[in-house]
Design a protein around this ligand. Structure first.
Ligand code: S3P
Length: 434
């Protein structure tokens, strides 16, 4: 199992481009596979999660050629997928499993979705329930866990669904199922969540209504192949944003980062804490806003994180807790119970790791209170969660001694070049492959 040994660093500097957005990479393969014609994707994330999505569509007969971060997909049309010969393995990715479940529910063949130990413990009932009310035939393990067996349903019915949780994965799952349903599927989200599916479906020529948190999609619409340029992932950039903010003397520029407003809660939260962040050369590519992000170090101050920012920063909380540990005063987060069902229980796992490093926290059902203070040396466990491993690597910039992080293998699911880029920027990370 890979461990990281991170030595106290000085500062981070430079000009870097982090890899492609994971959410957009998954969607680019899914939509181009069921489109008519050839699509070219550039900037594709070469992480395990998005590569598994390519493998799954190849198993369903789609011809996909990849050369580094460039991918060519020969779409088979809405009803052109073949029955896969074996299980579809989604590895560590909740996004892949939930989105594919929506798509597979509408096919005229059986399929079975499996994942690793973490994914097999994550809640799938939130997508199984609405899909079953559309007529899908899905069998799960106890408690709505994977493996998931999907049976040919003989056609889905459109539904109107009020989502109980603000989840882009649930929304996107139902939109994909809605493409195969008879009539118009209408989904209402309780709070805005990432809208990459809506944007990309439109780019593929599909009509999607999205106003006032209500998304509408009519079944049977054909998608037309389209080229997709994937921006750098703001969730990966976030590690360097916090690194630069907390390490005195830092100044870093992150190139070509997606700044879709449904993803930029991390920037808003860091600014509220006193972070110095500039968005430069704002532009739009393929329907997604992009900018270069310059971050300089600043004294951060604890805040009460505004509730409306929670879904917009949902993946960035592990590293934001590190920012909170380095801030003056107290940071309070609530309304973030979803963090407990990510790749790990990110509230408890971060609280345990921070405690090892001498930072006081109070754990709540739906959040945490972090009191800023000096970060000590110690040994923490990432529990196989990529974002926890990277968050504690960043903490080393302000640590009194080495931080040893266990179980870091899954960094390769979202950010295989993390160690290399982090070292180039100034972090001191050794890999221990014991
Ligand atoms: C994602 C949605 C979010 C996020 C995940 C990616 C997506 O999950 O945490 O990393 O691509 O739709 P939820 O929708 O479950 O909050």
């Amino acid at each position: 199992m890979t461990g990281f040994v991170c030595s106290p660093g000085t500062r981070v500097n430079g000009d870097i481009r982090v890899p492609g957005d994971k959410s957009i990479s998954h969607r680019s393969i899914i939509l181009s596979s069921i489109a008519n014609g050839r699509s070219h994707i550039s900037g594709f994330l070469q992480g395990e999660d998005s590569l598994n999505t390519i493998t799954a569509f190849r198993q369903m007969g789609v011809s996909i050629e990849r050369n580094g971060d460039r991918v060519r997909v020969d779409g088979v049309g809405l009803n052109g997928l073949d029955a896969p010969a074996g299980d579809l393995d989604m590895g560590n990715s909740g996004t892949a499993m939930r989105l594919l479940l929506g798509l597979l529910a509408g096919q005229n063949f059986d399929s079975r979705l499996i994942g690793d130990a973490s994914l097999s413990s994550r809640p799938m009932q939130r997508v199984i329930d609405p899909l079953q009310s559309m007529g899908a035939r899905i069998e799960s393990e106890a408690g709505g866990r994977a493996p998931l067996q999907v049976r040919s349903s003989g056609g889905l019915r459109a539904i109107h669904y009020d989502m109980p949780v603000a989840s882009a994965q649930v929304k996107s799952c139902l939109m994909l199922a809605g493409l195969y349903a008879d009539g118009e599927t209408v989904v209402r989200e309780p709070a805005p969540t990432r809208d990459h599916s809506e944007r990309m479906l439109k780019a593929f020529g599909c009509e999607v209504g999205s106003t006032d948190s209500v998304i509408r999609i009519r079944g049977g619409q054909a998608l037309t192949a389209c080229d997709v340029e994937v921006p750098a992932d703001v969730s990966s950039a976030a590690f360097f944003m916090v690194a630069a903010a907390i390490a005195p003397g830092s100044d870093i520029t992150l190139r070509h980062v997606g700044i879709n407003p449904t993803r930029t809660g991390v920037i808003d939260i860091l600014r509220l804490m006193g972070g110095e962040i500039e968005l430069l050369s704002r532009r739009e590519i393929g329907g997604e806003p992009v900018a270069d992000i310059r971050v300089r170090s600043a004294q951060l101050t604890g805040i009460d994180i505004p509730l409306e920012l929670v879904p917009l920063a949902i993946d960035e909380f592990p590293v934001l807790f590190v920012a909170a540990a380095c801030a003056r005063g107290i940071t309070r987060l609530s309304g973030a119970g979803e963090l407990r069902v990510k790749e790990s229980d990110r509230i408890q796992v971060m609280a345990d790791g921070l405690a090892e490093l001498g930072i006081e926290t109070q754990v709540k059902d739906d959040g945490i209170v972090v009191e800023g203070g000096p970060i000590g040396a110690g040994r923490v466990d990432a529990h196989g969660d990529h974002r926890i491993a990277m968050a504690f690597s960043v903490a080393s910039l302000r640590a009194a001694g080495d931080i040893r992080i266990e179980d870091c293998d899954n960094v390769k699911t979202s950010f295989p070049e993390f160690v290399e880029l982090a070292r180039a920027a100034g972090l001191r990370i050794d890999i221990d492959d014991e």
